[in-house]
Every structure is written in C-alpha cells, then in structure tokens.
Design a protein around this ligand. Sequence first.
Ligand code: COA
Length: 385
Amino acid sequence: MREVAVIGVGMNRWGELWKMSHRRIWTEAALEAIEDAGVDHVDAMYVGCMSGGLFVGQEHLGALLADQLGMGPIPGTRVESACASGGLALRQAWIAVASGVHDIVLASGVEKMTDVDGGAATYALSTAADQEYECYHGITFPGLYAMMARRHMEQYGTTRRQMALVAEKNHRHGALNDRAQFQHEITADQVLGSAMVADPLRLLDCSPITDGAAAAVLAPVELARRITDKPLVRIAASAHATDSIALHDRDELCRITSTERAAEQAYRQAGIGPDKLSFCEVHDCFTIAEIMITEALGLVDRGRGGAFVEAGETALDGRIPVNPSGGLKAKGHPVGATGVAQVREVVLQLRGEAGRRQVKDAHWALTQNMGGTGASSVVHIFERI
Ligand code: COA
C-alpha cells in the first residue's frame, strides 16, 4: 500500500443555491480543489451523492460529472451510502491511490436538496432508513434521533440544555466560517425556545436542508512532494463499518456501534489513540448525534458526552475541539457532500490556513461521517507531515 496525501480541497459557500444547477455546484467545488492541488488533470474521480434522482431527477452522476469536468474519458464512479456517501467516496479514492491503481484522484460529494419542498426532502432522506420496518410506520430521521435522545436522557441523565449547547457551540464556530450556510451565533436559550420538530428535538437541534458540494484531490505522498510545496496532509487511516439499518434491531438505542468499530480500526491503523487528536469533524446531524459520537470515538466515557460539551471541552479553545467548521448544524448538510467537506476543514486546519477558527498547533485530526442512524460509519485520521 502507498502512503496517500490530500493535496487540494474545495467547496462552495453552502446554502440555498437556487441560481446554480446541480452540476455547476459540483464543478465549482471540483475546480477549486484541482486548482488548490496545482494539477492539470486527474486520473479518476469518485462522487458521493445520496439521491440525485429524488432531489433533482438526475442519476448516472459518475459519467455526467466526469463529462462535465472535461478532463478526458476518465473513470467516474458514483458512491452512495446515504449521508456517509462523501466519506465513502473519499475512502474509495484512498483505496484507488493506496493500491496503485490510480495516481491523482478526485474525491467529491454533492447534493442539491432545496429544489424540492420540505416534505419531499424529508421523504428523500427517509429512504436511508428501513422502509418496511421504520418509514411505513411514519417515522422520519428527526423522529428516530428523538428516540435516541430520549433514551440517552433516560439512561445517562443527559439534559435538554446540554444538547442545546452543542448547537450554540457549532453556530459559534460556523460564524467564523465564510463557507457555512449559517454564519450567525445562537444561544442555548434560543435552541430551547425554537419550534418543536420531534420531541425532544427542536428546530435548532437539527442540521438544515442544504445545497452544496465539496472536493479533495489525493495523490501518493512521494508524487505529492513533487507537485506541491504546501504542507502535506497524510491519510493515516481509513475505516468503514456498518450496523443494523433499523434502530429497533440494535442492542442499545443510544450507542453508535458502527462508529465505535470504524474508530477502533482507524486508531489501530494510525497507531494513535484519541488522546493524540488535535480536533475532530463529526456528523452532528442532530445535537444528540454529536454527543453520542464523542462517546463512540472514545473522546469521553459512555454517557458523559453531554457533560463534556457543557464543560466547554469540545469548543474551539477546549481540550479537543469538535466541529471547528461549524459542523452540519451551522455549515449545512448537503448530505452527499458532508463527508468531503469535513476533509476540507481538516486540510485547512492542518496547513494552518483556517483563519479565525484555526485550532492551535493542529497535527492529528479525525473525521467521522455516518449514514442513517449510524447504519454506516466512515472514520478517517489525518496527520500533517
Ligand atoms: N437550523 C437553523 N435554522 C433553520 C434550520 C436549521 N436546521 N432549518 C430551517 N432553518 C431556518 C430557515 O433558514 C428559515 O429561516 P428564515 O425564515 O429566516 O428564512 C426558517 O428556519 C424556516 O425554514 P424552513 O425551511 O421553513 O424550515 P422547515 O420547518 O421546513 O425545516 C427542519 C426545518 C428542521 C424540519 C429541516 O431543516 C430538517 O428536516 N432538518 C433535518 C434534515 C435531516 O434529517 N438530515 C438528515 C440527517 S440524518
């Protein structure tokens, strides 16, 4: 296996991009990454997209976007694993470069979600849950995560305010990110007073519906050293795990086992433990998700994730900053793009280019991207070399 580096990253200003087509959103991010990498071609490309069909009526994205890129008849592959599609696209690109099949590979993700109304978007998202055993009974993702939140509150004493503090923190970070959908701060009291979506989760506990894309260029470390003189970011580990898709089939409702398994493998590959990490970008699709993920990654003991955020440990100036980009909550969550945008944040941070949200002395970073209620999880670890 070859050592692989991320040598270029790109993303749009995320939000409701009504004036841009699906393919244009993707192209803007892809070209930014290619320019940042300083290359004039890519040998192959992967695109993570959850549901081009239901959101914009477009499938066959591997070929469509390879054609759009105009870099010859390169292999273009679409990757789907619900909200983890982007993280999995990165993993496929890493496998292609590490194995020696391709040298310069574009990993990307895109979703244009706001062309359909809220009901249709909720339906499209719910196709990532178990249709027969969950959705046909009327449950949607806010409802599923609401059950996980209730269970966490019951089992560990996690409070409503602790969840609200996740949103407050991530909006504070997002206000420092000029590509985030929401660049304003909110308070925990505003979260607690926002409209109820699925008890106990309120509007400001939820990630939004977003249009956007992100991209990253990967190359073998040896080649990367000849291509760019920017600090190199090495992919130290790439791991992927799955779990039962239906929540009711799990032994425990408020535990993300697929993330635990992927993280365990990733720490082993990288040869480090969570104590070495400078920061993490994680999948806070709902505030309770970030709390459960900090536990699954071993940043804090099981059941203590709420107290961890309350103590300020996960803030930008805390012991282990979580979601310095603003996370899904403030940066936005165009589902197929999220996992790749996490990598953009890692690369900016590890190069020391994150501006006002720079994590001090960042050296090791972890990304965690998941599909559904954790039926799939992808974890990557990165090192500045
Ligand atoms: N956070 C902050 N503000 C939000 C928001 C969010 N998650 N969602 C919407 N808003 C804002 C909008 O910008 C809008 O503000 P404006 O009036 O100033 O323009 C206002 O709230 C109303 O927006 P609207 O689009 O009408 O909201 P909605 O009620 O249709 O949708 C949710 C709100 C929470 C239901 C929707 O964002 C949602 O479904 N989120 C979860 C997405 C999801 O499940 N992703 C997959 C995870 S596994």
